[in-house]
Ligand binder design. Structure first.
Ligand code: GLN
Length: 288
C-alpha cells in the first residue's frame, strides 16, 4: 500500500523522538515540507495523499541525518533570515535569529545615513553567508556592501546569496582576515565575529560544534581575539560620523566595550536579543 504524507510524518517524528531530538514533530514537519516544497499548511490539508517511493526515500535519508543531530537547515541547505532565502555551506555559520537583532537595530542608522549622503557604504567583516550585510542592503535601497571573509568558499556562498536575493549589483566581496586587505573608509562597519571561548567549544550542542565551521565560532582563549583585531584598525576604516555594530556573546558587553573605548569609540547603544541576553553593541567614534 502506498504511504501517505501522514504516515511518513508520524514515522519521521517517532524516529526523531527515539533519537532524542527535542522538537521532533516540528523538525519532521519542517524537513518534509522543505523537501517536498509544500507549505506547512499543505502538509495538514494533504495528509491523506500518497507519497512516491523516491520522495519517501529522500525523506527517510533526511530524517536519518537529523537523528544524527545535523541541523534541519543544514540538511535542507538553506534557511530564511530577515526575509531572505540564504544558501548555507560548510564554511558558513548558519545565520541565527540573534543576528536579526543586529540587523534590526542597524537599519534605522543605515537609512538615516543613506538619506543624508545619498548612499551608505557598509562593510561586513566575516560575512559568511552574507546574511547581515544582505539583509541591510535589502532593507535600504541606497546602501552598498562589501562582505569580507577569510574563506573563499564562504565568499562564493555570499555572492550566490546576493544573486538569489537580487542584491548582487550592490554587494561585493573581498578575501581578508578582518581588516588586513581592506582599503578605504565605510559609513557602517558590522560584524558577527567568532566569540566563543576555545575551551567551551567542546561543550556546545552537536548541532553547533559538528556542523557550524569552528573558525566562525572560536574566539580564542577569552573569546575576544576577533574583537581585538577589529578594534585595532576600526577607526582607520570608519567615516568620522560612521557607526560600528557588533554581535557579542551574552557575557561580553563590558570586555568588548572596554576594547573599543580604548581605541576611541563610545558605546551608543547596547541591545538585548529575544532571550534577554546582551547581544548587540553599537559604537560611534569619540571625536572632539
Ligand atoms: N551565536 C553562536 C552560537 O550560539 C555563536 C556565533 C559566533 O561565535 N559569532 O553558537
Amino acid at each position: 500500500m502506498a504511504e501517505t504524507l501522514d504516515s511518513l510524518l508520524a514515522e519521521s517524528r517517532d524516529k526523531l523522538k527515539a533519537a532524542g531530538i527535542e522538537a521532533a514533530a516540528l523538525d519532521a514537519r519542517h524537513l518534509v515540507s522543505g523537501l517536498l516544497g509544500l507549505s506547512r499548511a499543505a502538509l495538514v490539508t494533504r495528509g491523506g495523499e500518497p507519497v512516491g517511493e523516491a520522495d519517501a526515500a529522500r525523506i527517510r535519508a533526511a530524517i536519518e541525518r537529523r537523528a544524527a543531530h545535523e541541523p534541519v537547515h543544514r540538511i535542507l541547505g538553506e534557511r530564511e533570515f530577515f526575509g531572505l532565502n540564504l544558501k548555507l555551506s560548510k564554511d558558513t555559520l548558519e545565520p541565527r535569529p540573534d543576528s536579526e537583532t543586529l540587523v534590526d537595530c542597524l537599519i534605522p542608522h543605515v537609512r538615516r545615513i543613506a538619506a543624508r549622503k545619498g548612499s551608505c557604504r557598509i562593510i561586513d567583516l566575516g560575512t559568511g553567508t552574507g546574511a547581515i550585510c544582505l539583509a541591510l542592503l535589502n532593507a535600504v535601497l541606497d546602501a552598498r556592501g562589501l562582505g569580507t571573509d577569510i574563506s573563499d568558499n564562504a565568499l562564493q556562498t555570499a555572492r550566490e546569496n546576493a544573486r538569489r536575493n537580487g542584491l548582487a549589483e550592490r554587494f561585493e566581496t573581498l578575501r581578508s582576515n578582518w581588516f588586513e586587505a581592506v582599503e578605504g573608509r565605510f559609513d557602517v562597519i558590522v560584524s558577527n565575529p567568532p566569540y566563543i571561548r576555545s575551551s567551551v567549544i567542546a561543550e556546545l550542542d552537536p548541532e553547533v560544534k559538528y556542523h557550524d565551521p569552528v573558525a566562525a565560532l572560536d574566539g580564542g582563549d577569552e573569546g575576544l581575539d576577533a574583537y581585538r583585531a577589529i578594534a585595532l584598525h576600526a577607526s582607520r576604516h570608519l567615516e568620522t560620523d560612521g557607526l560600528l555594530g557588533l554581535e557579542i556573546g551574552f557575557d561580553q558587553k563590558q570586555a568588548v566595550t572596554a576594547l573599543f573605548e580604548a581605541q576611541g569609540f563610545r558605546l551608543l547603544s547596547g541591545v538585548k536579543d529575544l532571550g534577554g541576553n546582551d547581544r548587540v553593541l553599537v559604537f560611534e567614534q569619540d571625536v572632539e
